[in-house]
Design a protein around this ligand. Structure first.
Ligand code: ADP
Ligand code: MG
Length: 329
């Protein structure tokens, strides 16, 4: 495009909160044939809320309804802990999980801590906190090591998560992120599965329309996430992304490889993400787009920045590119 065309395009874009980092990006955007959305914070609001706390009985009973399991359907609806009597087992699960998560900045962690605080639980100060990216956290709470995270985190620590399998699957089918809570006693004792906590996120109101409009243009829409397959598919279904187009369980450091794999057959992918995790993937994509309140790292790695937090602006970016360059030709 001529310098004048570039000027017009970038100005129109800016008026809509779509910032192109230079003329070649503005030209490339119209040729995007695949849009790859990050899930958390991009298609969803990224504002997690604690929704469920489930305790597993000491005898390792199955986590079905009743039996050794105490379950609180919707944590958010409950007041503070069971009045008067002994502490409910799920309160202890939540207290330990939240104490361990105090050291984490992850949205999943913040929701657990806030949920515990709003129920009036007394949190301990975690020691020897360790963040295990893409898997969870480990921290010493009250002298024991507490683990909160996904199946792999527990497997690596030698804790059997099988008794919670059904609960995990049920929560994930509801589109929630379910996390296992376990305790490893100081010394050599066996690790113990304590329960499950779940957070839910809300899908952004315009996500479904954005996906629909992209598909109408003939653009293939995909989703990439570190979250598990079942949760990812539940969210994909809500916004109209084909389940076959979901790449779940992708570790932060593997997101860029996943984008490269998508582009391996000559596709021109726009990767849309918000987080620190997403920066390498934004950098390798044909067009990297940082959305909304994205981190500085993401914005720096991106070719396009969407100032508002609206997935529809992805369509706008492609349209501005299209319209500007056609007019000038
Ligand atoms: P996303 O790509 O959705 O932002 P991450 O790569 O950060 O997700 O995390 C992937 C998975 O690892 C989460 O779905 C969760 O199961 C687990 N996980 C990550 N961080 C934490 C944490 N602080 N506490 C518990 N689980 C976590
Ligand atoms: Mg994210």
């Amino acid at each position: 495009a001529t310098p004048a065309a570039t000027m017009v395009g970038t100005t129109i874009g800016a008026q809509h909160g779509v910032l192109f980092k230079g003329g070649d990006v503005l030209e490339r955007a119209k040729d995007v044939d695949t849009v790859v959305f990050d899930k958390t914070g991009t298609l969803t609001a990224g504002e997690m809320e604690l929704t469920d706390v489930v305790a597993v009985g000491d005898d390792g009973g199955t986590v079905a309804d009743g039996g050794t399991v105490a379950e609180r359907g919707d944590a958010a609806d409950e007041g503070s802990a069971a009045g008067g009597g002994a502490e409910a087992p799920e309160d202890e699960v939540l207290r330990l999980a939240a104490s361990a998560e105090r050291g984490s900045e992850h949205p999943l962690a913040r929701a657990i801590v806030e949920g515990a605080e709003s129920r009036g639980l007394d949190l301990a100060d975690p020691e020897e906190f360790e963040n295990v990216p893409g898997h969870g956290v480990r921290a010493t709470v009250d002298g024991d090591e507490v683990l909160v995270g996904n199946r792999k985190l527990l497997r690596d620590a030698g804790v059997d998560a099988a008794p919670a399998a059904e609960t995990m699957e049920r929560l994930e089918r509801e589109g929630k992120t379910a996390m296992l809570v376990a305790r490893l006693p100081a010394g050599d004792g066996d690790g113990e599965l304590l329960g499950v906590v779940a957070d839910a996120d809300t899908v952004k109101p315009s996500a479904e329309r954005a996906v629909g409009q992209l598909r109408e243009r003939g653009v293939d829409v995909m989703m990439i996430t570190g979250d598990n397959e079942r949760t990812a598919r539940a969210v994909a279904e809500r916004v109209g992304i084909d389940p076959d187009n979901v790449r779940a369980g992708v570790l932060p450091e593997d997101k860029s490889d996943a984008v490269e794999a998508i582009q391996a057959d000559g596709r021109r992918a726009m990767m849309v993400g918000d987080g620190v995790n997403d920066a390498p993937a934004l950098a390798v994509a044909y067009v990297g787009t940082a959305i909304g309140s994205g981190t500085d790292v993401a914005i720096e790695a991106a070719d396009v920045t969407l100032m508002r937090d609206d997935p529809l602006d992805v369509v706008k970016a492609i349209r501005v590119s299209d319209a500007t360059l056609q007019k000038i030709k």
